[in-house]
Each structure stands twice: as structure tokens, then as C-alpha cells.
Ligand binder design. Structure first.
Ligand code: ADP
Ligand code: NA
Length: 326
């Protein structure tokens, strides 16, 4: 039995990228492995958040985790800030990280650029906190989208560095990138990843989008002018992204999709993707709507999750303090 850890930030309404790259894959492990799924609200505050929205987004995200089919009897579902070992180990991970290696992270560079003169320090030290999240549980595998590859590499480096400096303590975790949907791109700028913090609403499909909204967003999705459904990431990034979404849901190969839509053009293809997405998201949305009206149930699930996570995390944290002479 392996230990699985993953987290999602409550920094906005989840997108199809979060679903295909992460959330959907969390389900695979719940019957067989020891799973910790976290709502990483302390990562979310590395850029400014409105407190009321952050609180609500945290609860909404808990409901979504459950709505896709995660069972709180089988997995530990919790909020990062409720388990203080995360920031405690995060500080220790900062003490063995170098400013230079953190400044090289592309996510840091992208996000810092948007903040001009006021770059929060925590944006730079985000990866050591992420390493702490993962290492606290003796994690073997981390299911994430491939935008997290660089952070995962650093997590492995920090685990190995700690073990070398203070003796074997941490399990060195592996990344698990799910098949298909590893990187869903923006519908408006298909060379950029789809992100829940994108302000252009047409750029993202949200998991809670109504059917007519999904249809409209797909109609507006950027493509090229040759109207031929053919996979070519370099020269046809827009249509290739849509083909990637189609494939992630149906498991059809690109060759098969090309064959099916040969001579049919983009309109038909976009319409069919919209139908597929509406059908895929409908049961999740129905389940979500039931859960979101039971805040007491959500709170009790999160309380229980935090207690279980705390029990496990505090064991590892104790080992770390002993190893370091703290
Ligand atoms: P976002 O970037 O949308 O704010 P997070 O940073 O909270 O999302 O990431 C949550 C999970 O979703 C991570 O596992 C991440 O790899 C995955 N993810 C985010 N965006 C995408 C995407 N466009 N395609 C595939 N996976 C993604
Ligand atoms: Na993000």
C-alpha cells in the first residue's frame, strides 16, 4: 500500500484542467492506497485573496472533492492551515533551500512578474512549503498535472538534501502524471495553461459551468482558419488542445479523432466536445449541489480529516526535530 498526497488551492472555481490533470486521478487510489488530499489555503495566500471568498472557496473545494466521488471513509480530506505541522516543516525546508534555486522556478517567475514591485516573500518560498506538505506523510506518489513537474523535482532534491545532512528521514516521492489531461491549455491563449485564477472567463471551462455556458465557451475557443481537425501542437495549438480534452475524456487516440472528424470541420467537433463535457460534469454538479447545502456535514468531514492528518504529520515532524537538534 502506497501513501498518496496531493493538494489543490482554494483560489477560485476549479477548471477542467484541475479536473483532468489532478482531481479525476485522485479517485484511482482511494480503494487501494493511503490517501491524503489537502485544500492548500496557505499556498493560496501567496497572492492576495479576499478573506470571505477564500473561506467560501475552501468549503466549495471540499464539496467538489466529495462530488467527484472521493469517500471520506477511504481518504483523509483536510485543510492545510488546520494542521500546523505544514508551516512548521515548511520553515525547516526553507532553511535547507537556496534562494537561487527558488528564483529559478518558472511559476515564481510568472507570478512575480504580475506583482511588479510587491512580490510577496511567500511566493518565493512556496516550493519549500509544498515539499513539506508532501514529505510530512511519507508520501510515495503525488498525482498532479505536469505544470507541477519542476516543483516536484525540487521536492525530491530537498528530501535527499535533508536525508544527507541529518540522516535518513524522508521518503523521496515520485510524481504521477495522469494519462491525458496532463496539461490542459487556455481556450483563449492555447500556449498558456488553463488556470483557475485566469480573469478571462472565456479562457477556462469551470467544473460548475452550466451547459449553455460550456457550449458558448467552446464556440469561442481559439482555433486556426484551416477548419481541419488534425493534431499539430506546434502549428495548431488551439485545435490540438481541444483534441487533448476530447481524448482525455473518451480515451480515443488522436488518429481516431482525426478519422472521425475528417471533412466535418471545427463546428461539429466543438459541439460534440461540449456535449461530452456537459455529460461528464452533470453528475458532479448534481452531487455538488446536494453537498454545498450541508455545511455541517462538510465541517465534520474536514474536522475528522484534520485530526487524522495531524496524527500522522506530528510523528514525522517529531523525527525531524530530533534529527536537527530542535
Ligand atoms: P491552478 O493553477 O488552476 O490555480 P493549482 O495550482 O491549485 O491550480 O493546481 C491544482 C492541481 O491541478 C495541480 O495538480 C495541478 O498540476 C493541476 N492543474 C492545474 N492546472 C492544470 C492544467 N491546465 N492542466 C492540467 N493540470 C492542471
Ligand atoms: Na495555481
Amino acid at each position: 500500500m502506497a501513501v498518496i498526497f496531493s493538494g489543490i488551492q482554494p483560489s477560485g472555481e476549479l477548471t477542467l484542467g484541475n479536473y483532468l490533470g489532478a482531481l479525476r486521478n485522485f479517485l484511482e487510489y482511494q480503494d487501494t492506497d493511503e490517501c491524503y488530499y489537502c485544500i492548500v489555503n496557505q499556498h493560496a495566500i501567496t497572492v492576495p485573496q479576499d478573506p470571505k471568498e477564500l473561506f467560501q472557496n475552501t468549503r466549495n473545494l471540499a464539496a467538489l472533492y466529495l462530488a467527484v466521488g472521493l469517500d471520506p471513509k477511504k481518504v483523509t480530506l483536510f485543510v492545510q492551515s488546520e494542521v500546523p505541522e505544514h508551516v512548521k516543516l515548511g520553515w525547516i525546508m526553507q532553511s535547507i533551500s537556496y534562494v537561487g534555486e527558488l528564483e529559478r522556478m518558472t511559476q515564481y517567475k510568472d507570478k512575480a512578474q504580475k506583482r511588479g514591485e510587491s512580490v510577496p516573500t511567500a511566493l518565493l518560498t512556496y516550493p519549500p512549503l509544498m515539499a513539506a506538505d508532501i514529505l510530512l506523510y511519507g508520501t510515495n506518489y503525488v498525482p498532479v498535472g505536469n505544470d507541477q513537474k519542476q516543483h516536484m523535482e525540487l521536492t525530491r532534491i530537498l528530501a535527499e538534501r535533508f536525508n544527507r545532512l541529518f540522516g535518513e528521514t524522508f521518503v523521496v516521492p515520485d510524481i504521477k502524471i495522469g494519462e491525458g489531461g496532463a496539461r490542459v491549455m487556455s481556450l483563449q491563449e492555447p500556449t498558456k495553461k488553463m488556470s483557475k485564477s485566469d480573469e478571462n472567463q472565456n479562457a477556462t471551462i469551470r467544473l460548475l459551468d452550466a451547459p449553455d455556458v460550456i457550449v458558448k465557451k467552446l464556440k469561442r475557443a481559439q482555433t486556426d482558419s484551416d477548419n481541419c481537425v488534425r493534431y499539430d501542437k506546434e502549428n495548431k495549438p488551439g485545435i490540438s488542445n481541444l483534441m487533448g480534452i476530447y481524448r482525455a475524456i473518451t480515451k480515443d487516440s488522436y488518429e481516431k479523432i482525426e478519422e472521425m472528424y475528417s471533412g466535418k470541420g471545427y463546428g461539429a467537433f466543438k459541439g460534440d466536445i461540449a456535449d461530452l463535457l456537459v455529460d461528464t460534469l452533470k453528475p458532479i454538479q448534481d452531487h455538488y449541489n446536494e453537498l454545498i447545502n450541508s455545511p455541517e456535514l462538510l465541517d465534520s468531514i474536514l474536522d475528522e480529516g484534520a485530526a487524522k492528518a495531524h496524527a500522522k504529520a506530528s510523528e514525522m515532524y517529531r523525527k525531524v526535530e530530533l534529527a536537527m537538534g530542535l
